[in-house]
Design a protein around this ligand. Sequence first.
Ligand SMILES: NC(=O)c1ccc[n+]([C@@H]2O[C@H](COP(=O)([O-])OP(=O)(O)OC[C@H]3O[C@@H](n4cnc5c(N)ncnc54)[C@H](O)[C@@H]3O)[C@@H](O)[C@H]2O)c1
Ligand SMILES: O=C(O)C(=O)C[C@@H](O)[C@H](O)[C@H](O)COP(=O)(O)O
Ligand SMILES: [Zn+2]
Length: 358
Amino acid sequence: MNVTRINASSKTYYVYVGEGLRTKVEEFLPKTYSSILIVTDNLVAGHYLEDIEHNFDNERVYTAIIENGEESKSIEMFHQLQTKAIDCGLDRKSLIVALGGGVVGDLAGFVAATYMRGIDFIQMPTTILAHDSSVGGKVAINHEKGKNLIGNFYSPAAVIYDVDTLKSLNQKEFRSGYAELVKEALIADGTFFNTLMSVNLSDLNNTTIADHINQGITIKAEVVEADEREAGIRKYLNFGHTFGHALEALQGYHGFSHGEAVAVGLLFAFQVSEETFSIRLPFERLFSWLRSNGYPLQLPELDSKHMLSKMKLDKKTEGKKVQMVLLQSIAQPITVEISDDDLLRHIELFKKTLSGRF
Ligand SMILES: NC(=O)c1ccc[n+]([C@@H]2O[C@H](COP(=O)([O-])OP(=O)(O)OC[C@H]3O[C@@H](n4cnc5c(N)ncnc54)[C@H](O)[C@@H]3O)[C@@H](O)[C@H]2O)c1
Ligand SMILES: O=C(O)C(=O)C[C@@H](O)[C@H](O)[C@H](O)COP(=O)(O)O
Ligand SMILES: [Zn+2]
């Protein structure tokens, strides 16, 4: 088992990554709780809910099962879960368990952050992507206009990551998770980036995946410890997201998955970086790796102005000016203000670049 201590400014907590952890959850809880509400989605429930329920001695264990998918990160689902918490009689000594991927983690985390002004929650990630979402305390729901526009910074009491649960993931979820790992490598660790570019996603064993996840968590932990509330360097964790989030929102959250959208966003950020700094980045290498691993790289019909207006809803935007994370070289990120005219030009060029390849 790998244990990482996260010394965030708001809270210190531990991330446990290992095999079979889902059957010994109580060992990792920082204290005892008066009642427990397990929040999960229908797919994850089918695989793992029973294992988790068996953990708790507590008589007051409740479950809430949401529909799987990004559309559940909604104000309606948030309200339903708050109602469930009230009906179950959760009090300030209660715990919410977020069992699932980033959707469950972000949603249940935001419920925990706001129920009675905040109760404890733990993250039990079950996707590769959730190595990113479970650490760092960003919790949120979407607005139909933009991603994660309603949320908070609210750290979990612990992250309990049973890598055995990753065995039931399909290839789309592998792609999604690895896009965030590639992002972390690009902003912080060129050697890790090279390692990832030699990986074939359909040919990975759990030991290797756990190793990659631990490297991703190490990068994320370092950033979050230095800048929990994203006043500065945490923005780098948003590399690829200005374009990625806009793409997700434009598709009504049922097109590209988050990670798939981020993967395209990484290519877009490469293009803008290359032009802004007159440099060459390994665009071709990343593109080939994404293509050979089956990432969707064909953009849907995109109106560039509409895309620009979505990009401006990015939380890094200041005074209506988009701030994009760019790379000066691998592992040398920087935040740069990009004018609307330049962004429009880049969107047009990017559309041509991608469509010219299919
Ligand atoms: N808070 C953060 O810092 C942060 C970071 C990155 C992403 N996110 C958010 O995370 C979300 C994406 O997370 P995700 O990719 O985990 O998506 P997800 O939670 O929707 O999970 C993806 C799919 O996999 C299924 N699934 C989950 N675990 C499974 C398992 N072990 N076996 C089989 N199926 C399983 C789910 O039911 C779902 O259909 C987005 O909303 C994104 O905005 C947040
Ligand atoms: O932890 C962070 O900080 C990140 O930006 C991680 C991202 O992968 C993640 O998608 C995050 O939810 C995006 O945050 P947002 O502030 O742009 O909504
Ligand atoms: Zn992300």
